[in-house]
Design a protein around this ligand. Structure first.
Ligand code: FA5
Length: 337
């Protein structure tokens, strides 16, 4: 009996079969249990002898099963390791790599550029109050210039900001001038009730810029904007300032960047200009409303449109392409990782 059981145990090749074998020989209906049950029919002299033999058999079978089990488990583990071994020489599956949106790339470039010139980057709310978006920007209620920037109202006092200019007021109110001049840019989304076309979107981006200190001149403004144009478009591009009107700056200018390269030999009439931003010297009313003494402090501000910058830089003919999320379009601007 014992040797038959042992050879069956040794012959098993998987754990399930081994368990079956265990049940057959050691289980409740197995021959050993049978023997032990029959003990009561034996004479007192026979009992210890048979009992000892039965126990020996049970111990040796249990031991054999445990050994066999360990062996089978080790073999199974090895087989699994073998099966899951990684073949590092196989060609990998290519992972599709994403990238920053082209408009975000332009904004990041501008942030790098301005941080290098000592500006801080501030972000502000897209849902703004009438107070900051208009009033503090020298646009009282019923001012005709409000027509230039019709917007989406949440309540009569709360609206989707039409420009990043409210961040000028927020920055001026917060700034501690005993610690030095205020130099900041503020990128973000703005909203207008404009009809969408190739160059207008009802939702687009702006980057606001503001410098407030003593003795800031229009020359500082022009030099700053020229440096930015050179960085973004190349040193062979020029800028042009045209007189304009904004309620929050006086004087105000609109700034164009040359479409093509400009050299010393280029005739002025051959240059093609594209409008990219509005700017000017901060209006004294705006300074005073933010609690700044306009007889001591002054500064310049500008608001540029990254969407238009991107169109100019990459020759994109329709602004709506930036918002359609067509990967085939967006993939063309793989500049960063
Ligand atoms: C303003 O929004 C002023 N806040 C800019 C400013 C700031 C002036 C600080 C002076 C001082 P404007 O409405 O012109 O100005 O818009 C600024 C820029 O945003 C434009 O030059 C243009 O590049 C972009 N822009 C304006 N409207 C749209 C539109 N619907 N779609 C896309 N870009 C637009």
């Amino acid at each position: 009996l014992q040797s038959k059981a042992l050879s069956e145990i040794k012959a098993t090749t998987d754990l399930k079969v081994l368990n079956q074998v265990r049940i057959t020989w050691l289980g409740k209906k197995g021959p050993l249990t049978e023997v032990l049950r029959g003990m009561k029919n034996l004479t007192p002299e026979e009992r210890p002898v048979i009992g000892a033999v039965a126990n020996d058999v049970r111990d040796s079978l249990t031991l054999a099963i445990t050994e066999q089990q360990t062996q089978l488990e080790t073999a199974a583990l090895e087989a699994q390791l073998q099966a899951e071994k990684l073949d590092v020489t196989l060609p990998g599956k290519a992972i599709k790599q994403g990238q920053a949106h082209v408009l975000q790339q332009i904004i990041t470039d501008l942030e790098d550029q301005f941080m290098g010139m000592g500006y801080q980057v501030l972000e502000g709310p897209e849902v703004e109050t009438d107070q900051y978006n208009f009033e503090m920007m020298n646009l009282p209620k019923d001012h005709p210039a409000r027509d230039m920037q019709d917007t989406f109202y949440i309540t009569p006092e709360i609206l989707m900001r039409t420009q990043t200019s409210p961040m000028q007021a927020r920055a001026m109110v917060d700034h501690d001038f005993t610690k030095g001049p205020l130099k900041m840019i503020s990128p973000g989304r703005v909203y207008r009730r404009d009809t969408d076309d190739a160059t207008h979107s009802h939702q687009f981006h702006q980057v606001e810029g503001l410098v407030i200190d003593k003795q800031i001149t229009m020359g500082d403004l022009k030099g700053t904007l020229l440096a930015v144009a050179h960085k973004l478009f190349g040193a062979d591009h020029d800028i042009r300032l045209r007189p304009s009107y904004f309620p929050f700056t006086e004087p105000s200018v609109e700034v164009d960047v040359s479409w093509g390269a400009v050299t010393a030999d280029t005739k002025p009439e051959d240059i093609e200009w594209i409008e990219v931003l509005g700017a000017g010297m901060v209006h004294p009313n705006v300074l005073e409303m933010a609690g700044i003494d306009s007889t001591v402090y002054g500064g310049f501000a500008f608001g540029l449109g990254p969407d238009r910058f991107a169109m100019l830089k990459y020759g994109v003919e329709d602004i709506r392409n930036f918002y359609l999320n067509d990967v085939r379009f967006l993939e063309q601007f793989k500049q960063r990782g």
